[in-house]
Design a protein around this ligand. Structure first.
Ligand code: MG
Length: 206
């Protein structure tokens, strides 16, 4: 099953790159701010004239999908039914429905958790994981796999660190023990802090 997913992921990647589309798999915990961060980055890309589409993955429902649509972003809803992660075949079927001409960037919002998505690459250029200070300071060391399988890691809601009594340095230190030579990006979607750096890291801006 993992091999088949990986094979289909390669196929998705070829398909996207053939159209000149850059893509990011946005993984992360529930409530870490994945949807809000994607809206923020997609809106900035659109202002620069880049065509953006979002594939919104959830177990059930259309909540995130509706948020993207309300923000004026082209979006496609994918429900996994009971699975706690997206798989390449679901992305393939969604790409079938999309008009890829005119799109320069695709965000895929994965199902919110730090376990299942780690083993299932979808064929994106970049895999990114988002956590936030509201989950406590042990999120990185409890879930090393998702951090080692991601290219970019983000700690969101840093503006709330003081209120949550979370020491950001602990999370940074845990991350540096698991992933060498890469920063843990600190962001606040609310204040805009760090968003530009993440956009650079995922290749959304130069
Ligand atoms: Mg979400």
């Amino acid at each position: 099953m993992l091999a088949e997913n990986a094979h289909l992921a390669e196929h998705n990647h070829e398909r996207l790159t053939a159209k000149g589309i850059r893509s990011v798999d946005v993984m992360g915990s529930i409530g870490s701010g994945k949807t809000a961060m994607i809206i923020k980055m997609a809106t900035q890309l659109k202002k620069k004239g880049v065509g953006v589409a979002v594939i919104a993955g959830d177990v059930t429902g259309e909540d995130d999908y509706k948020r993207f649509k309300e923000a004026g972003i082209e979006a496609y809803n994918v429900n996994t039914g009971k699975e706690c992660h997206l798989e390449s075949n679901l992305i393939e079927r969604t790409l079938d429905k999309m008009d890829l001409d005119g799109i320069g960037f695709v965000f895929i919002e994965n199902v919110g958790n730090l376990v299942c998505p780690a083993d299932f690459p979808l064929g994106t250029d970049v895999r990114m994981v988002v956590i936030s200070v509201t989950e406590g300071d042990d999120m990185v060391r409890k879930h090393p796999m998702i951090f080692t399988s991601s290219d970019v890691a983000v700690l969101n809601k840093v503006d709330l660190a003081g209120y949550m009594e979370v020491d950001v340095e602990v999370l940074k230190s845990d991350y540096s023990k698991i992933v060498r030579n890469k920063p843990l990006y600190l962001t606040s979607v609310k204040t805009g802090e760090g968003i530009e750096a993440v956009m650079k890291a995922i290749g959304a801006t130069k």
